[in-house]
Design a binder for this molecule. Structure first.
Ligand SMILES: [Zn+2]
Length: 233
């Protein structure tokens, strides 16, 4: 009974130095990683899970609802040395799903308080200066991208680089490649059927190949304002 095919995904909070085997990035200690194909470690960006937000364990009703609403979700596990087993830390879910679940739970005062605390936590992760600079860079590189999108992309990138994935300095330099990759990932998730394909069980590489053409068309529009395709990477 897998109503949600994404529900089997697991994310591990590593307890030693990790490196992503796809992008090669040094993730540091306590990185959030996922394991594919016989234990290869991937960072959440490469695994396409970095658009999900973390819901700490503890509120069962909210967790159940958020999981049900979220097309993609992943259980977050951490190894307990004392107990010698993985322990559940919470769930990664789509932000919309969490918001809907929170709406459904708002009759309860304790849940409202928890919601406020989580919203504050999510805001605190964002370094305003960085978001503004990142957004300006997106707008500069993609002058025709829809209004407001640069802020959305920048906030997401900032959240991602602000420790959850264990990376900081490299990504914070705002080099062109980092910005382009953030825009590429956003276009894939927001402008194509990529997420649906993943939910339906497609392998990431096949799903990417399937939407590549669409992605490069959107990037071309955002960059040049015309329908000339823009090469990916
Ligand atoms: Zn990676």
């Amino acid at each position: 009974m897998t109503a949600n095919p994404g529900s089997g995904l697991k994310v591990f909070i590593s307890n030693r130095d990790s490196r992503c085997e796809e992008c090669g990035e040094d993730l540091g200690q306590r990185a959030w990683i996922t394991l594919v194909d016989e234990g290869r470690a991937l960072c959440l960006s490469c695994a396409d899970l970095d658009h999900l937000v973390f819901l700490p364990a503890g509120d069962n009703a909210l967790t159940r609802r958020a999981r049900k609403r979220s097309r993609l979700s992943a259980v977050v596990l951490k190894w307990s040395r004392a107990r010698k087993r993985y322990e559940r830390q919470g769930l990664l879910v789509e932000e919309d799903a969490l918001e809907q679940a929170e709406q459904e739970c708002t009759t309860d005062a304790a849940t409202r308080e928890a919601k406020r605390a989580r919203a504050a936590e999510r805001r605190a992760e964002l370094d305003d200066g960085y978001v503004v600079r990142f957004a300006a860079r997106v707008r500069e590189l993609y002058p025709h991208c829809p209004r407001g999108r640069e802020k959305q992309i920048a906030e997401h990138a900032c959240r991602k680089f602000s420790g959850r994935v264990g990376r900081s300095a490299a990504a914070k330099t705002l080099d062109e490649r980092a910005v382009r990759l953030a825009v590429l990932a956003h276009v894939r998730h927001a402008e194509t059927e990529y997420d649906d394909l993943l939910v339906r069980g497609w392998a990431r590489q096949e799903a990417r190949a399937r939407v590549n053409d669409q992605v490069s068309t959107v990037l071309g529009e955002w960059r040049q304002g015309n329908l000339e395709k823009c090469p990916i990477r």
